[in-house]
Design a protein around this ligand. Structure first.
Ligand code: PMT
Length: 413
């Protein structure tokens, strides 16, 4: 997986000659797997064309707060909410001054005031401007608000002066960004907030044999379920991973149970269920199976071949019925009316949460490294932006722990 895969980064470009370096930065962040949304100030556009950034990021470039291409969202709020990180590169003295004083008069500055995402500021300006007491005070104030700075380099500046003020090189900024996301992941791991919990995860597809060489299955890769198992393990849980056939390496530090058919998965899960605290059914389980499994390979004949299918056991539903104190999570793989069907599954299968994904959406569903999910519970729907399956897994556990702390598990509903 690419190091920034699933991350949404807003890159704010303000009007300095170093704006040209922001193009290389956009390219490197995109190549590292991030979804990069560039916002430009009016003066930035005097140095570089928005089209340059659009071509490099494969995303629209935002320049005008009053231009709303998508009527369903307000762009600056939408991006402020979706961003995992905002980078200001180059950040001019003017942009730093506006931000330090709460001024929001264009697309970039309104987004900056609206966001809760971490913000990294990479200043670039003339050495005397950088040393000016007003700029120094503004940077100090922003630091005290929690903004992070990527120090400019020392050298010959475009204005002819030699000194501090050169925008950090794109490679340096990318390294800081990667380090930032890696250490955020480490913090989560260090939390060990699932210690003492026994967590069972199902992953991958099931296979229903037709004859010795053929079976009914689906495209699940197991990535979502394995990411959940790894997240639970890293957060201190005792983990059982019941997995259908996948091509993924077995995660270390978990009890691994290999299964093929729905019946095998049913047996392994139901036996362990009474001793589990949290069960998450990410596996793509067959709803139907052949009534007869042919002992020998079916021979080609003229005309139609009729395959008789019967309903396979519904594992999630059985767990809902046998529930005592477990927190039960199902997934819903839908292609239309996603939330409606997910809510229906929540009630029908007596689950505490359904993780709904539209498996036709780009970047979501089977085989991808990312997913786009909505966490559906009795009281709310939490729609998450596109993110890596590992981040989705952590968000699911964050939500479960939050519910458990509020005592929101319905015992044997
Ligand atoms: O494995 P990946 O490539 O990473 O893809 C991830 C995923 C798309 C498979 C995953 O995100 C997902 O959506 N998993 C659930 C797929 C599915 O079977 O959805 P469903 O809507 O058909 O079933 C609803 C729930 O009932 C699921 O939790 C399923 O595990 C469970 N079920 C379904 C049928 C059955 N016979 N028994 C079950 O327990």
């Amino acid at each position: 997986m690419q190091p920034l895969s699933g991350k949404t980064i807003v890159l704010g470009v303000s009007g300095g000659i170093a704006a040209y370096k922001a193009a290389a930065l956009t390219s490197k962040l995109t190549q590292a797997g991030a979804s990069v949304y560039v916002m430009m100030t009016a003066n930035a556009m005097r140095f570089v064309q928005p089209l340059t950034f659009q071509a490099l990021s494969h995303q629209p470039v935002y320049t005008d707060v009053f231009e709303e291409p998508d009527p369903h969202v307000i762009s600056h709020i939408d991006l402020a909410d979706r961003a995992d990180l905002i980078i200001l590169a180059p950040a001019t003295a003017s942009l730093i001054g506006k931000l330090a004083n709460g001024i929001a008069d264009d697309m970039l500055t309104t987004t900056l005031l609206a966001t809760k995402a971490p913000v990294m500021i990479a200043p670039a300006m003339n050495v005397n401007m950088y040393d000016h007491p007003a700029v120094v005070a503004n940077m100090k104030r922003l630091e005290s608000y929690g903004y992070r700075f990527i120090e400019p380099g020392v050298g010959l500046l475009a204005c002819g002066w030699v000194g501090k003020g050169r925008l950090a090189e794109p490679e340096e900024i990318v390294a800081v960004v990667q380090e930032f996301f890696a250490s955020a992941g480490q913090e989560k791991k260090a939390a060990r907030d699932l210690a003492g919990k026994r967590v069972l995860i199902t992953a991958g597809p099931t296979r229903e044999k037709i004859d010795p060489v053929r079976y009914i299955s689906n495209h699940s890769s197991g990535k979502m379920g394995y990411a959940l198992a790894e997240a639970a393990r890293d957060r201190g849980a005792e983990v059982i991973l019941v997995s259908g056939p996948t091509a993924l390496p077995r995660p270390g530090g978990v009890e691994f149970v290999a299964v093929e058919s729905v019946q095998e998965m049913y047996d392994e899960v139901v036996t362990r269920y009474p001793t589990c605290d949290i069960v998450i059914k990410a596996a793509a389980v067959s709803d139907y199976r052949p009534v007869n499994r042919h002992e020998h390979k079916l021979k080609k004949t003229d005309g139609l071949l009729q395959l008789e299918l019967e309903k396979a056991p519904d594992i999630l539903q059985a767990l809902g019925q046998q529930k005592t104190s477990q927190y039960l999570v199902g997934f819903a793989a839908e292609t239309r009316e996603v939330i409606k069907y997910a809510r229906d599954k929540l009630i029908r299968k007596k689950a505490d949460m359904i993780v709904a994904n539209d498996v036709l959406a780009e970047g979501a569903g089977m085989g991808t490294d990312t997913n786009i999910v909505t966490l559906v519970t009795e009281t709310e729907d939490i729609a998450l932006p596109i993110m890596s399956k590992r981040d989705v897994a952590d968000r699911i556990f964050d939500a479960i722990l939050h519910h458990l702390s509020l005592g929101l598990v319905d015992e044997g509903k």
